[in-house]
Design a protein around this ligand. Sequence first.
Ligand code: NAD
Length: 442
Amino acid sequence: MSQLLRRRQVLKSGSAALGLACLTKANVFAATPVGKFRTAHIGVGGMGAADLGSISSHPSVEVAALCDVDSTRLAEASAKHPGAKTFSDFREMIDSLGDAIDGVVVSTPDHTHAPAAMTAMNAGKPVYCQKPLTHEVFEARRMREVAEQKNLVTQMGIQIHSHYAYRQAVAMIQEGVIGKVKEVHAWSNKNWGYDQPTLPAAGPVPKDLDFNLWLGTAAKRDFVPGVYHPANWRKLLDFGTGTLGDMGVHIFDTPYGALELTAPNWAKTECRQPTGVGHPERNLVEYEFPQTKYTTKTMKWKWYDGSFAPPEAAAVGLPEGTKLPGQGSLFVGEEGHLLLPHISEATLFPIAKFKDYKRPDVAGEDHYHQWVNACMGNGEASAPFSFGGPLTEALLLGVVANRFPGQPLQWDAKGLKITNNEAANQLLRRNYRDGFEVAGLS
Ligand SMILES: NC(=O)c1ccc[n+]([C@@H]2O[C@H](COP(=O)([O-])OP(=O)(O)OC[C@H]3O[C@@H](n4cnc5c(N)ncnc54)[C@H](O)[C@@H]3O)[C@@H](O)[C@H]2O)c1
């Protein structure tokens, strides 16, 4: 009997007496006296509010702690979960609560994902972390390694990974409906870029925001209204990952998983010259991936965002006049095309050729509950850091490439280095601000 099965059986037979107990994939048990899976949430406004609602809808979850650097957002979440302890500094929360929490949910801006999630993992906690997994390539590598070393149940917040339409597309590709795949095109017409060479004038920090904690590991600077908090940090180099990091992680998820891709050989971006401030407002990013059992020899991956999206139908091999969705992906196979809009069922081309094709029968699942269940010893998380880490690394290599327009960056994934551009190599990791170092990342 496998260790996992044995652990589950012990859990099943013991759970009534002990309360729900299994907190990690490792053979570690800690009885929770209340019989609940007690969660701590870092970032509870914006997507964090949605994450809090989805996780707390699991019948075994008790929301034990809430943390936000915006006191208004924290108060709104606290009104819904009055029993939860509240904090503005996640380090203090994890430190002081110790064994009183069983799992941590991270829903902060991208630059804080790794510091918050790693602090939780260092304390031995399973983590649900929003996408993209990290802001930097090095952080993604470390998050995967530490999750594996500690055998923790982890999940990246790409909830549509568990949507039936995406699962069905994976099954269709893997059963070979369009043959081996030669190319993937993926796009989002969103624009999370900022082309101005400077930011607007600084202004007062809102009374309800602890801007020093919001900056966290990033260098100190003045507050600029409307530019950082909330949500617009996505556009800026120091905090977000542009449209590729923001939407690419959702839209490339299915091709990456379906084709069982590994690390790219190289990445190259066509965009404006760098400003040192924001991500380009439109990007064309090209990657080459090594062959897998679902692809032809090498495989080209092409990303279009902002006003570059969607691509022209004829340019990607679809019948002229085919209307492409604003966001989605297209698999180009040796025997047909599969178009996967974000988020609905795939269409196969040529339509007449596939009109009698019987789609695989798949079911969707709640991505959040799946993580809670896995933490409690039931089933597995489907987008653990062992999947989300390499996917994020690949995307972030394209984000680094937008600082060197037109230059292919050759990638040595094993050595974690770009082999033909030392300046680009320096962008794979950054120094954390004094006082905000994190073990395993600094
Ligand atoms: N999976 C999805 O579909 C989806 C959708 C939207 C956003 N997201 C992701 O969710 C994350 C948050 O995005 P958003 O749009 O909600 O941003 P946001 O700026 O609107 O909200 C971030 C929240 O985190 C809080 N916060 C910031 N720094 C913090 C810190 N150090 N400690 C505690 N709280 C902190 C902010 O006050 C705010 O409440 C991002 O990673 C984003 O990519 C995912």
